[in-house]
Design a protein around this ligand. Structure first.
Ligand SMILES: C[S@@+](CC[C@H](N)C(=O)[O-])C[C@H]1O[C@@H](n2cnc3c(N)ncnc32)[C@H](O)[C@@H]1O
Length: 215
């Protein structure tokens, strides 16, 4: 019988690879991982599909999946434990308070996978200027953001922010699965991505620098 939300949440809290807003993590991530490898975040990770997929592809990096929903994080955290992926942690926090959990220069790269488009609340979008400024307080100067989304609204509003802030776009793919060869890194599919693909939506990918070159 499958576990209900409460059971998953309790189990999530008991896992050895999970942390939450009460955990003492700021400036301590290299200690937590037991190495000085780069730290990569997946924001709004849900079940943590990208966190787990990337961690297998890049064992020389550390990956942290972040979301507020423990019952969703339970899936990725359980998989990482079963597969003995030591370069993975899951952090249950509100991304709005991310600066409380990471020190300046602690983050090397960020993935944002199928975030809620927040049609009514621009400031709540995870690539709004408000959020980019939060990430700047925890990221290394060469940090890049990778965004995978089905939402035209989210994609267009991210492009607007990039233009307003004169950020450099490194990759801009309007339909990932129309590419002749889909890069291995983009072949990882999340729970929501599979759902949107099933409904015939196109998947967009943007990779851009978090800091402007003129900084
Ligand atoms: C549409 S789901 C995508 C989940 C996953 N990335 C996927 O593709 O399957 C969006 C996720 O973002 C999380 N989320 C939205 N806003 C958040 C915030 N401010 N802080 C933490 N999590 C947030 C939700 O809990 C949800 O799991």
């Amino acid at each position: 019988m499958s576990k209900n939300k409460t059971e998953k949440f309790r189990e999530f809290e008991s896992f050895t690879n999970t942390l939450d807003f009460n955990s003492d993590t700021k400036g301590k991530w290299h200690e937590i991982f037991g190495n000085t490898n780069p730290v990569v975040l997946e924001l709004a990770c849900g079940k943590g599909d990208y966190t787990v997929g990337l961690a297998k592809m890049f064992p020389e990096k550390n990956f942290i999946g972040i979301d507020i929903k423990g019952n969703r994080l339970w899936k990725g955290a359980g998989t990482a434990l079963k597969e003995d992926l030591r370069n993975v942690r899951f952090l249950r926090i509100q991304i709005d308070f991310i600066e409380k959990h990471f020190e300046k220069d602690e983050v090397s790269e960020i993935w944002i996978t199928f975030p809620d488009p927040q049609p009514q609340k621009l400031r709540k979008r995870l690539t709004s200027q408000v959020f980019l400024n939060r990430y700047r307080n925890i990221a290394k100067p060469n940090c890049v953001i990778n965004l995978k989304t089905d939402s035209d609204l989210f994609y267009e509003s991210t492009l607007e922010t990039i233009a307003e802030e004169s950020l450099e776009i490194l990759e801009n793919i309007t339909n990932v699965y129309q590419l002749q060869v889909v890069p291995e890194i983009l072949e990882i599919q999340t729970y929501y991505e599979k759902m949107w693909l099933g409904m015939g939506r196109t998947i967009k990918f943007l990779k851009f620098k978090l800091f402007s070159n003129s900084r």
